[in-house]
Write a protein that binds this ligand. Sequence first.
Ligand code: BMP
Length: 211
Amino acid sequence: MTELILSLDVLDRKEAVKVAESCAPFIDAIKIGYPLVLSSGLSIVEDLADLALPLIADFKVADIPNTNRLICEAVFSAGFDAVIAHGFVGADAARTCVEVAHRHSGAAYIVAEMSHPGATEFFHGGVAENLAELAVSCRADGIIAPATRPDRISRLREIVGSKAIYSPGVGAQGGDLDTVARLVDGVIVGRSIYEAENPGAEAERFSRIRR
Ligand code: BMP
């Protein structure tokens, strides 16, 4: 089964909870990043707790090991189940995120390659491959890879093997759901769902990948 992960980049707290509640039966996890946390505070985690869905903190943590540790401790203390971190800061810093996550019985995912057009300026030429290797060596639970470039997902799969690949970029960014769903463990979808007139119905439509 391929998981469907809702990217809840909704700024209004009440609206975010409403969207999450309507989508809950059709999704496997909720990804929350700076847009929602900066507008609503970390306590948004408590508002979503009743849904009993894993909450992924997409803070793309990218600092020195000690600061990464402080950030990740705050993330898991707030009630998140997983964190997304950058790997380009080096194995020591990325490993710190993984260690904190595992100490809290959570998960850590490393960004291997991003989905936007500008990502090719820096992530290509072997960089994404190196980041995927780093994710493996740091014992991360998986990587983030671009739904906008299925060929790159396949290449990165060769490196990470059975580790999870979660992939944003379907819908609003142009990635094709069915193509990507066959290659990854989870598809991350934001605007196509939460900007729809009926987010729950749209999530249900996307949830065909879970079958
Ligand atoms: P949308 O489906 O609206 O494009 O949202 C995708 C989500 O995934 C956004 O939260 C974005 O920040 C995130 N994301 C991405 O789009 N590409 C990446 O390479 C990594 C991401 O975390």
